[in-house]
Design a binder for this molecule. Structure first.
Ligand SMILES: *[C@@H]1O[C@H](CO)[C@@H](O)[C@H](O)[C@H]1NC(C)=O
Ligand SMILES: *[C@@H]1O[C@H](CO)[C@@H](O)[C@H](O)[C@H]1NC(C)=O
Ligand SMILES: *[C@@H]1O[C@H](CO)[C@@H](O)[C@H](O)[C@H]1NC(C)=O
Ligand SMILES: *[C@@H]1O[C@H](CO)[C@@H](O)[C@H](O)[C@H]1NC(C)=O
Ligand SMILES: *[C@@H]1O[C@H](CO)[C@@H](O)[C@H](O)[C@H]1NC(C)=O
Ligand SMILES: *[C@@H]1O[C@H](CO)[C@@H](O)[C@H](O)[C@H]1NC(C)=O
Length: 448
């Protein structure tokens, strides 16, 4: 996966003139983006630019386009004809209809609109009202259900981005149709992606996915949404937006799609009642193989067992259904900051997520990815910050090197050099004596 960062200078500049707290509130909501770790900059405004046609008695043509913090989309009702070849969504407007704003507009239907690098792999679609019937193509396929057109470009293939940029926005947009909707997917590796998430896709749409890029037919609909709805926060749904869905609804759908039987984490009884033997709480250690690996997994697992946990060590792969089962069977999930932690979506309610924060990475950088989302999912969140002694970086750099003594100075040089050192070259040997307290805390939370 190509990795390039467009916002180095902005990141460095903002950092140098702000302290950490200010940065928390600054324009970066999700600066550290997991394995890919791209830095984002949001525009601090949200606009709503309606493009409306007057509704006549006979034909209800309506085009409403909105531009929000992190996404843009058009919701269209009328005589809609989609021509993939020119990437155009034609809207036929009869000459009698009074048109308020009939100019066409361009949508890149991937819900991370502030990120130009992600959007560089997303095709532009134009939504084009046309009143001259000679300029509008004839339909080859008429569809009686609505369609949602969205992109599988951008950072698709990274588990965090698959959920935060595509799946949760798709749920927010499509759930209201209760399966009576067709998905028109565009861009990178769409068949691979659709196969990977087929259980979910099938819950949201009762129809075969249309791989729109290669279509030579003109597909016609009466109702099309180009683009996806999206909350400004990662891995979240904005419940104030209609239709009012929540992450609870989303997680319910996940349990359904993957037949996950456990809805609530174990509630540990106080040790007084010795007759009541319940199963031990299960701890999942999310392993990573290539970067940010634990180098003493066995030692961590042994300590967990000593505390009374049943310990499972597993690494996420492209078999979503398998890993969803593993995660759902556990009560506590721990792992080093990275896309694998996105699997928290499969944890039962009241479970505990422990994010291990690599050395040199400030808490505020990783909070947006998993701490804030945990609140919307009814998951308790703990984190544990790695000290220099627990990091493999002390073997790679001499004592006193600025990588060890002053990570902020590396961050000031830009995101890429920072990421290369602290996210790509760092492995972790947990100090099990210190970490023990975090696992004890997790046990306490399971008593509540
Ligand atoms: C829309 O059309 C109706 C009648 O068809 C008319 O009364 C109304 O003024 C029109 N509205 C606008 C904004 O043009
Ligand atoms: C019409 O829509 C275009 C494209 O979004 C927009 O730039 C323009 O400001 C709109 N004009 C009016 C009068 O609303
Ligand atoms: C938009 O409206 C203007 C003026 O009413 C008209 O001249 C133009 O042809 C219309 N454009 C389209 C694409 O319908
Ligand atoms: C699609 O519907 C239109 C309008 O009802 C009709 O003229 C056309 O023949 C239909 N095309 C196909 C392929 O069914
Ligand atoms: C679209 O066509 C191209 C070129 O033939 C092919 O490589 C690609 O796999 C096709 N995409 C889909 C989704 O079928
Ligand atoms: C990491 O992956 C390599 C190659 O697939 C494999 O040989 C190795 O055993 C893996 N290591 C761990 C710790 O899983």
């Amino acid at each position: 996966m190509g990795e390039k960062v467009m916002y180095d200078t902005i990141f460095a500049r903002s950092f140098s003139r702000s302290d950490q707290r200010k940065l928390g509130y600054a324009a970066f909501l999700g600066c550290l983006l997991i394995a890919l770790s791209f830095c984002l900059v949001f525009k601090p405004y949200s606009t709503f630019l309606p493009l409306r046609l007057n509704v006549s008695e006979q034909k209800r043509t309506k085009i409403v386009c909105s531009s929000e913090k992190r996404t843009e989309l058009c919701e269209i009702n009328g005589d809609i004809r989609i021509e993939a070849n020119s990437a155009t969504v034609f809207v036929s407007v009869s000459p009698q209809e009074s048109i308020i704003n009939n100019s066409s507009r361009i949508i890149r239907p991937y819900a991370r609109k502030e990120d130009e690098y992600a959007l560089s792999t997303v095709r532009k679609w134009s939504v084009k009202p046309v009143s001259d019937s000679n300029l509008i193509p004839k339909c080859n396929q008429n569809h009686s259900v609505p369609a949602i057109l969205f992109s599988l470009g951008g950072y698709s293939g990274n588990n965090f981005h698959d959920f935060t940029d595509i799946i949760i926005p798709l749920f927010s947009t499509a759930r209201v149709f209760d399966g009576q909707v067709k998905f028109l997917v565009a861009d990178k590796n769409p068949r691979w992606w659709v196969n990977k998430f087929q259980n979910l896709v099938q819950k949201l749409s009762n129809y075969e996915v249309v791989y729109i890029d290669n279509e030579t037919d003109i597909h016609c609909f009466n109702n099309v949404i180009v683009g996806l709805k999206r909350s400004p926060q990662e891995l979240s749904i904005d419940p104030s937006k209609s239709p009012a869905y929540s992450m609870t609804d989303f997680r319910q759908l996940l349990r359904n799609a993957y037949s996950l039987s456990k809805t609530t984490a174990i509630k540990l009884e106080d040790s007084g009642d010795k007759n009541k033997k319940s199963r031990p709480p299960r701890l999942l250690i999310v392993a990573r193989n290539r970067t940010r690996s634990f180098t003493n997994t066995d030692e961590i697992a042994a300590m967990g067992r000593n505390l009374g946990y049943e310990v499972v060590v597993a690494e996420a792969d492209s078999n979503v259904a398998r890993f969803a089962q593993v995660v759902n069977s556990c009560d506590v999930m721990m792992g080093v900051h990275g896309a694998g932690l996105t699997n928290m979506v499969f944890l039962p309610e009241n479970a505990i997520l422990i994010q291990i924060i690599p050395f040199g990475v400030a808490e505020w950088i990783v909070r947006d990815a998993f701490k804030y989302p945990s609140e919307g999912m009814n998951i308790n969140y703990l984190d544990y910050k790695i000290e220099a002694e627990e990091s493999s970086l002390i073997q790679q750099y001499p004592a006193g090197h600025e990588v060890l003594s002053n990570p902020i100075s590396i961050l000031k040089k830009g995101w890429v050099p920072f990421k290369e050192v602290y996210l790509d070259k760092q492995n972790v040997k947990l100090d099990v004596n210190r970490f023990r307290l975090t696992l004890v805390k997790a046990l306490e939370l399971l008593h509540q």
